[in-house]
Design a binder for this molecule. Structure first.
Ligand code: FDA
Length: 367
């Protein structure tokens, strides 16, 4: 018997926003997730007052006032500004590339001096049509920034030599000729006070939710419960990998609790060098200006992806895009199923983009 208007598979941001809006419009929803908790990748684990971003550091940022107002309904945001630093060959550099970074690299104090160095290096190494990531980076920023802050980090991140990586991975490299370490250019930025779980709890308030349920373990029975399904899991899995796996890059997180107040003085510290196997250390308390006597740090190790691991970053090469297009064509024939979210669309989305996408899809569905 159909008890629900919508069965929502996946309690990540996409599924939760869809469920919230549909419920507000009078529809009955059931949200399920195969994990032991709701929230998908924005879920935080509370370690004695410190919100640990379990699936990687999450910093909210947007230029869209509507999306900002939307999330602020559920939680107030603090004024955290992301200003990561990067360690390369024992020296510390500010990110994103700006006048502080150029001073640290060359001792330059004016935009003209820095610009001259970068432009000369671009001329020296510039490629008309870059054939790989290395050539692309050299043609955009020159050799010093590339060798000190991009090459080894990127090679660790993707597990491949920069000369074997496609140029399109780096579309542009933001360069600022101001002393401004604010990583994002967006007007609105911060971390929800009380963590992302507060937003998820607000979105799911009053909605029936079940965790520890894998849609595929009971597909027929679950499908029969609702008139329509909103599916936010992996699209290739939905079609039983008919055209083969869509590939991802995975991450392994190693969390350590330390009995000291402050370990690295910043939420995000990148490790550029190839002899250090992790790419970043996150110290979570700094996202919320925590004053606890203890701290929790997470080392982030990029890894090859296999089906048993978490799928983090889609590998957007031609082969995967062709496969995805085949899956997408099949999904368009499923009139009772709405596919949405990063896994069903095989696309990297930031949080504000996933919220916008869910709002747009639910509006279309309900109109
Ligand atoms: P999400 O993956 O969150 O949810 C899908 C859910 O479906 C999961 O909970 C999963 O368990 C469930 N599911 C899948 N298959 C199922 C099945 N068969 N049965 C039941 N349940 C199933 N964005 C940003 O704005 N700022 C940032 O700083 C970051 N940082 C960041 C770091 C890292 C490492 C990554 C990978 C991503 C980010 N993001 C980000 C992006 C952000 O994580 C992303 O936009 C949202 O989490 C996407 O929400 P979804 O609902 O699409 O997927």
């Amino acid at each position: 018997m159909q008890k629900y208007d919508y069965l929502i598979v996946g309690a990540g941001l996409f599924g939760c926003v869809f469920a919230h809006e549909a419920t507000k419009a009078g529809k009955k929803c059931l949200v399920i997730d195969k994990r032991t908790h709701v929230g998908g990748n924005v879920y935080c684990e509370n370690v004695d007052g410190i919100n640990v971003h379990k699936y990687g550091a999450h910093i909210f940022h947007t230029n869209d006032k509507q999306i900002w107002d939307y999330v602020n309904q559920f939680a107030e945001f603090n004024n955290y500004i992301n200003s990561p630093v990067s360690i390369s060959k024992g020296k510390l550099y500010n990110l994103p590339f700006n006048m502080n970074t150029f001073y640290q690299l060359w001792g330059t104090k004016t935009p003209e001096e820095a610009k001259t160095i970068i432009e000369n290096q671009i001329k020296e190494y510039g490629y008309k049509k870059p054939k790989n990531l290395e050539e692309q980076a050299l043609s955009l920023i020159g050799k010093d920034v590339y060798k000190t802050l991009i090459k080894e980090y990127t090679e660790k991140q993707w597990g491949k030599k920069a000369t074997e990586l496609p140029a399109f991975i780096i579309k542009r490299l933001p360069v600022r000729y101001t002393f401004n370490n604010n990583y994002f250019n967006d007007k609105y930025q911060g971390i929800p006070i009380g963590g992302y779980n507060k937003i998820i709890d607000g979105l799911l308030d009053g909605i029936e939710t079940k965790t520890n349920i894998d849609f595929f373990e009971n597909k027929a029975e679950l499908t029969a419960l609702a008139s329509k399904i909103v599916y936010t899991g992996k699209i290739d899995e939905f079609f039983n990998y008919k055209f083969g796996n869509l590939e991802y890059r995975s991450l392994r997180f190693e969390n350590t609790r330390l009995e000291k107040e402050n370990h690295q003085g910043n939420a995000v510290v990148n490790y550029n060098d190839s002899d250090i196997p992790y790419t970043r250390i996150i110290e979570h308390k700094h996202f919320e200006f925590g004053k606890q006597n203890h701290t929790v740090i997470t080392k982030e190790f990029p890894e090859e992806w296999t089906k048993e691991k978490e799928a983090y970053y889609p590998i957007n090469n031609e082969d995967n895009q062709n496969k995805y297009q085949q899956y997408k064509a099949l999904s368009l024939k499923e009139s009772n199923i709405i596919f949405g979210g990063r896994l069903a669309e095989y696309k990297y989305y930031d949080m504000h983009q996933i919220i916008a996408s869910a709002l747009q899809k639910v509006k279309k569905e309900l109109s």
